[in-house]
Design a binder for this molecule. Structure first.
Ligand SMILES: [Zn+2]
Length: 133
């Protein structure tokens, strides 16, 4: 089994092969903030599947990506977009939206708490959402 840099490279490579499906699914708009005309990239949700797959990934812009992987850089106002993303028909987008809102809720953002109260996740998605933050 490959590990370290090679393993990571290999995974990135497999992930990039999903791009065509992700472009179609997202209609070339960031699946979280709906920005279009920008470069989008796939982000896999944790916990990782054995192999990258479309259903386990979201297709998002640099700004969303940066704020997700570096929580210290989170700009709460940016995430008002989750008001829509929460109701996405893509399960991975719903799960990521809930995870981000939970982070915001923890740091005291009341509006995030309100959105979460009104959100609905199917039980298996709820479980998925709790497997990482
Ligand atoms: Zn975005």
């Amino acid at each position: 089994m490959s590990t370290g840099f090679q393993g990571k490279f290999h995974r990135q490579n497999m992930l990039s092969r999903l791009a065509k499906d992700l472009v179609r699914r997202s209609r070339s708009k960031c699946e979280l903030c709906e920005k279009s005309g920008v470069k989008l990239e796939a982000l896999e949700l944790l916990p990782l599947e054995e192999e990258p797959c479309v259903d386990g990934s979201i297709f998002i812009c640099d700004e969303c990506h940066k704020q997700i992987i570096t929580p210290k850089k989170m700009i709460p106002a940016h995430w008002r977009c989750l008001n829509n993303a929460l109701w996405s028909e893509v399960p991975a987008v719903q799960v990521m939206s809930v995870r981000i809102l939970r982070r915001l809720e923890k740091s005291g953002h009341h509006w995030a708490e309100e959105l979460l109260e009104n959100a609905y996740l199917e039980p298996e998605l709820e479980e998925w959402s709790l497997q990482a933050d």
